[in-house]
Design a protein around this ligand. Structure first.
Ligand SMILES: [Zn+2]
Ligand SMILES: [Zn+2]
Length: 271
C-alpha cells in the first residue's frame, strides 16, 4: 500500500450485518469498528498486507453487534487499544469479553484526541444506542469521516463532516421495501424512527447538504441486506441530487462483504 503523504481510507465491509473500516496516514493506522468475526477482519486486512498487530487501535462507534463482534478478540490477540464513549463501554460490556484495563480508552463526543499525528473527533449521532458517535479523521490537511447509523438529519453531525474529502455515509434502506418487507412491525418502527437508520432518500438530502459544506467523495454504506440493494441506493441518491440540480459524480456504494476499494486522499502538504 502507498505510504506517502496520503490518507488511506478502506471500507473493509459495510452493511447492516457487519461494519469495519481501515484508516491510515503515516505511522497511524486504525480500525473503526470490527463488526464481523475477528477472523473475517484479519482476512480483509491481509488483502491490504496489514499486520493487525501494527494497528494503533480500534475506534468503536456504538455497541450494536454489527459494529463490535470482533473487537474483543482482536484487542486480546494483538494487544490493541480500544476507544469508545463511556456509554458504549457500558453497552458493549457483555458483548466483547474482557479487555485489559491498559487497552481501554474513554472518549467523549465533541472532544478531539490524537493518535500519533492523526486528530480524531467523535461526534454524537442520533441512534438507539447508549452513547453512539461517528468519527472524523484529520491529518496534514486531509479530513475524512464515518457517519452511519443515523436516525435522521441534524445539523450536529452534518456540520461535523464539513470540509471532508471523503465521507462514508449511511444509506440503509428503501422506505417502500422496508414497509412492504417481512420485518416485524416493531423493528420497522425502530428503523424508521428518529433514532433508527437513514433511508436512501434521506441520504440524498444529506449529500446535498454535505456538498454545500465542501465535502468531496461520498461512499454510501451500511446498506440493509433485506431492504436495499446497491443499484437502488445509488439510483435513489443520484435522483435526489439531480432533482435538486446537482451532479451525482462523486458517489460510490460500499461492498457489504468485502473491500470496496482503497481510497488515497492527497495531503495538502504534498508537492
Ligand atoms: Zn446500530
Ligand atoms: Zn449498524
Amino acid at each position: 500500500m502507498n505510504t506517502g503523504l496520503h490518507m488511506d481510507f478502506v471500507p473493509l465491509f459495510s452493511g447492516s450485518s457487519g461494519n469495519s473500516t481501515y484508516v491510515r496516514m503515516e505511522g497511524t493506522s486504525l480500525l473503526v469498528d470490527a463488526g464481523l468475526s475477528g477472523t473475517r477482519v484479519i482476512k480483509e486486512l491481509q488483502k491490504l498486507q496489514v499486520d493487525p498487530s501494527t494497528l494503533s487501535g480500534i475506534l468503536v462507534t456504538h455497541e450494536h453487534s454489527d459494529h463490535v463482534s470482533g473487537v474483543g478478540i482482536l484487542s486480546r490477540r494483538y494487544g490493541l487499544k480500544v476507544y469508545a464513549t463511556q456509554g458504549t463501554w457500558a453497552g458493549m460490556a457483555g458483548k466483547v469479553g474482557r479487555i485489559e484495563a491498559c487497552n481501554r480508552r474513554v472518549i467523549r463526543p465533541g472532544d478531539d484526541f490524537f493518535i500519533g499525528d492523526m486528530c480524531l473527533t467523535p461526534f454524537s449521532i442520533p441512534h438507539d444506542a447508549a452513547e453512539p458517535v461517528g468519527y472524523t479523521f484529520y491529518c496534514r490537511g486531509v479530513k475524512t469521516a464515518i457517519a452511519t447509523d443515523l436516525g435522521h438529519l441534524n445539523n450536529g453531525w452534518l456540520d461535523a463532516l464539513a470540509g471532508s474529502a471523503l465521507v462514508l455515509l449511511e444509506a440503509n434502506h428503501d422506505v417502500e421495501m422496508l414497509k412492504a418487507g417481512r420485518y416485524p412491525y416493531e423493528l420497522k418502527r425502530r428503523i424508521l424512527g428518529m433514532n433508527g437508520h437513514l433511508s436512501n432518500e434521506d441520504a440524498g438530502r444529506a449529500v446535498i447538504e454535505l456538498r454545500k459544506q465542501g465535502v468531496g467523495r461520498i461512499i454510501l454504506g451500511h446498506l440493509s441486506h433485506e431492504n436495499n440493494f446497491p443499484e437502488l441506493a445509488y439510483q435513489t441518491v443520484s435522483q435526489v441530487l439531480e432533482e435538486a440540480g446537482h451532479a451525482a459524480d462523486m458517489l460510490d456504494v460500499a461492498q457489504r462483504d468485502g473491500l470496496t476499494g482503497i481510497y488515497h486522499l492527497k495531503s495538502e502538504d504534498q508537492a
